[in-house]
Ligand binder design. Structure first.
Ligand SMILES: Cc1cc2nc3c(=O)[nH]c(=O)nc-3n(C[C@H](O)[C@H](O)[C@H](O)COP(=O)(O)OP(=O)(O)OC[C@H]3O[C@@H](n4cnc5c(N)ncnc54)[C@H](O)[C@@H]3O)c2cc1C
Length: 582
């Protein structure tokens, strides 16, 4: 323990907790006459009008909190909030879940604890009907649809990580947006280390296992790569079977400089810091495709990896895409300065799903600090509409931008002042700690941060809800789906593309046949519990459904006819040798 550790520990645990009032509402609300908003409110359906909020993130929860505060003064409306999780996620701290610097539940707060007066529905929202003014949620235990009528609807659904249209990314890239994403990634990373320690005699596999790639050099990509790098390098020392010099952590970024949102000097500082800690920066490098064994870059370069995290692209929410509303260029819902959807007096939008302009005519960036300020404005304006009082325009320009680089270093630009290194890191921690909802949680995080300075990183791998059932896999030309002699672990059904079966006999290899869309392979080793009798190599970019051994076994045990059909195929393929494909 160095003297610096002691200083940092005391500073973070004591001082940070004392500065909880630091980051208070910085928005200025501009009074506007009610006539600037559409004039009339539809007749309420019940004695008290109902405000329905969609989404339990920064926008939705803080709007509900603001409405609850107003309700304490005058209880003349009801609030319903619908969200798929029963908790609120403090996303800025999610990257720390990877390394276990803070506890799994420290980044989340139960909605029912944050919102005491709001009726919370923990459901998947299935449909929004603007004509009938109802929101439909997907079934719970009882398979029937649930409809929630509203008088005012607030859209706060955020955006989604959407890999559609990018070859292999939906199947093989890790998104990073929710607590589940963070926990799944952490578990996967630990698994790759466990495997690398065992598979010492498989150099190609070890290279893939010990290479970690993050795509996207914006704030979240940089924070994720910094945490991942620190974590992997710190814990790898505990694996006797891992050669630490073989670990690679790569950050891919399409532009010439990472953190383009910040001043160039800060982006360059971040790049130097990351490089000094062993992160390989690949600038002007764009991801084109992904497979189970690698990342393919535009231009054809490949990076062999079993871990590809992509923080890009974020797309508009599919529920909102389906609405017959005008969309901004990026698919977000345009709103006026009062955050009302134009032409829809009972419809409001905020946060990452809304397209709003600042008072200076610039697009409001998709950040938590803007979403929380918009939440207060939306709450005010909905009530203004209901009560016939003046509305307020959203006019918040942002207080600053910060990004953690791990290892007691960060970059920050606050009110025009540029900071980097330890001071920026200290501010990052202090400010974000003050923003976490609830004293109890803040205390837990402060304690976790303090202990983290003295204790080694947590290395427990939680094998919860591992992927089961049918999945989809993508292969690029030249990829090996499985090798002759491998154990049979799944059945493949080709959706698109082409593969060939190749058999090695006495040192000679011969192509047994092609496998094209609509055909399947891999059944023989599963039925006979034997090794693979041929190698399957992708010839044309291929998408395939893959059914794990367990599910295949369940189906063929209970559906005798299905088993017989597969057995007949095996017999036929064996008979047709040399064109057999297992
Ligand atoms: C890793 C990471 C780090 C970040 N760091 C920072 C930072 O340091 N500073 C900063 O200011 N911003 C940061 N951000 C951005 C910030 O978190 C977002 O701008 C903010 O969360 C936007 O709030 P929102 O309410 O619009 O959306 P979200 O917070 O994403 O909330 C959307 C809500 O809608 C719910 N939902 C969506 N679809 C459905 C459905 N069909 N049914 C039911 N519920 C649904 C979701 O479950 C969620 O509760 C970060 C984001 C990420 C991912």
């Amino acid at each position: 323990m160095t003297p610096l550790d002691v200083v940092v520990a005391l500073a973070v645990a004591v001082v940070a907790l004392a500065i909880l009032a630091a980051w208070r509402a910085g928005h200025t609300m501009v009074a506007a006459p009610m006539t600037q908003l559409a004039a009339s409110l539809d007749a309420p359906r019940s004695s008290r009008p109902r405000i329905v909020i969609l989404g339990g993130g920064f926008g939705g929860v803080y709007a509900a909190k603001a409405l609850e505060q107003a309700q304490r003064r005058r209880d003349d409306f009801e609030v319903v909030l619908i969200s798929r999780e029963n908790y609120f996620v403090f996303q800025p701290m999610l990257p720390e879940v990877i390394s276990g610097t803070i506890g799994l539940f420290d980044t989340v707060s139960p909605l029912r604890q944050m919102l005491s007066r709001t009726e919370v529905h923990v459901r998947e929202i299935a449909r929004i009907d603007l004509e009938r003014r109802v929101v439909q949620t997907s079934p719970g235990f009882h398979p029937h649809a649930h409809e929630i009528p509203y008088d005012h609807l607030i859209l706060a659904l955020g955006n989604v990580t959407d890999f559609r249209g990018m070859r292999g990314l939906p199947e093989h890239a890790w998104p990073f947006k929710t607590l589940a994403d963070a926990v799944a990634l952490r578990n996967h990373v630990i698994r790759t280390l466990e495997e690398a320690a065992i598979e010492r005699n498989e150099p190609v596999l070890v290279e893939q296992l010990l290479t970690f790639v993050v795509a996207g050099g914006g704030f979240s990509g940089v924070e994720i790569v910094a945490e991942l790098n620190d974590f992997v390098r710190a814990v790898a020392r505990r694996y006797r079977g891992i050669d630490q010099s073989r670990i690679r952590v790569v950050l891919l970024h399409g532009q010439a400089r990472i953190l383009p949102e910040l001043a160039p000097s800060l982006g360059e500082f971040a790049a130097r810091k990351l490089a000094a800690r062993g992160v390989e920066l690949r600038l002007r490098a764009r991801l084109e495709a992904a497979t189970a064994e690698g990342a393919v870059l535009v231009g054809g370069d490949r990076i062999a990896t079993r871990t590809l995290v992509s923080t890009v692209p974020s797309s508009p929410h599919p529920l909102l895409e389906a609405l017959a509303l005008p969309k901004a260029k990026n698919g977000r819902i345009p709103v006026d300065r009062f955050l009302q959807v134009e032409g829809h007096p009972a419809l409001w939008a905020l946060g990452d799903c809304a397209f709003a302009l600042t008072a200076h005519g610039e697009p409001v960036p998709p950040t938590a600090q803007h979403a929380t300020r918009q939440a207060a404005v939306v709450a005010h304006n909905v009530l203004a509409r209901l009560r016939g009082t003046p509305a307020k325009a959203f006019d918040f320009g942002g207080l600053g931008k910060m990004g953690s680089l791990g290892h007691r270093s960060a970059v920050a630009e606050i009110l025009g002042i540029k900071l980097s290194g330890f001071l920026a890191w200290f501010m990052w921690r202090t400010i974000y700690l003050s923003k976490v909802p609830g004293w109890g949680r803040r205390l837990k995080i402060a304690v976790a941060w303090t202990l983290d300075l003295f204790l080694p990183p947590e290395l427990v791998q939680l094998r919860l809800g591992e992927q089961a059932g049918i999945g989809k896999e993508h292969f690029e030309p030249g990829d090996i789906v499985f090798r002759q002699g491998d154990l049979g672990d799944r059945l493949y059904i080709v959706l698109e593309g082409e593969a060939e079966a190749v058999q090695e006999t006495a040192g000679e290899s011969r192509v047994l046949g092609k496998i094209v869309a609509g055909q399947f392979f891999g059944e023989k080793a599963l039925l006979q519990a034997s090794g693979r009798s041929a190698t399957i190599r992708c010839v044309k970019a291929m998408d395939a459904l893959s059914l794990p051994k367990r599910e295949f076994g369940l189906l063929t045990t209970h559906l005798r006819g299905l088993r017989r059909s597969f057995e007949e195929v095996v017999t036929e393929r064996d008979r047709q040798t040399p064109s057999k494909t297992e």
